[in-house]
Write a protein that binds this ligand. Sequence first.
Ligand code: IPD
Ligand code: CA
Ligand code: CA
Ligand code: CA
Length: 258
Amino acid sequence: MKIDLAQLDLNIRQWLAASRQQILLAMQSPLTVNTKSSRKDLVTNVDRMNQQFLVTQILAAYPDAHIEGEEGHEAKIDRLKGLVFIIDPIDGTMNFVKQKANFAVMIGVYCDGTPVYGAILDVWRNELIVGGPDVPLMMNDQRLNQPEDAPLADGLLGVNGPMLINNRLHVAEIALASSGPRLLGSAGIEFKSVALGQQVGYISYLQPWDVAAGVAIGAAFGLKVTRPNGDALALLEPGVVVAAMPQAHAQIMEMMNA
Ligand code: IPD
Ligand code: CA
Ligand code: CA
Ligand code: CA
């Protein structure tokens, strides 16, 4: 199937600009915060509102699209057939609640399982990263340079807190071999940091909506995104994700599988 990329880009930029205005407005009132699976797994009225908003916009423009979202009431999808939008209405909900900063809205678009377009909006900084296999890497209206393919020793590495603390899959040793670990609390902001060349990679346990936009954007600049054993992601499955520039990715694979 073929999709008009210029129109998709325009649509997503408009939706995310509207999302941002609504989120900033909602932040002026007290948030309703609920826990899901644990005290560290939060959802707010704003996560739900933005999911609803994005679903409505997507279906108005693409009535045949399938949608997977974190706070969804839609039927869960079990395969990437046709046009699929994978959305995270607020990524970094804990940051959103505690810091009122460092959170993102993410949309990943796939056609028959192939990434087409990704968008990560850093809401607080008003920085939108977009890209895809046939979409140049951009921040807002500016083309970004290809991030440097630095060796692990020369780059900062985004890591998941529990994996670092527990040295799961040698992540503590891998972090020590880098220029230093970083824990940003939002997968979206981590992928954005890699796209901007501020970090050489990111390792975490992620759900489909945490990774869908980053994988699509990464296709614009040669980011390698795999499981710890080097396998490609089955995008709809949660699991450990290693996303890094090629040199660092190869070094991480070696250390993880030593
Ligand atoms: C979370 C953030 C966090 C990551 C978690 C995610 P959410 O997303 O991306 O950085 O470590 O695994 O669940 O739940 O705030 O959208
Ligand atoms: Ca969540
Ligand atoms: Ca979320
Ligand atoms: Ca998320």
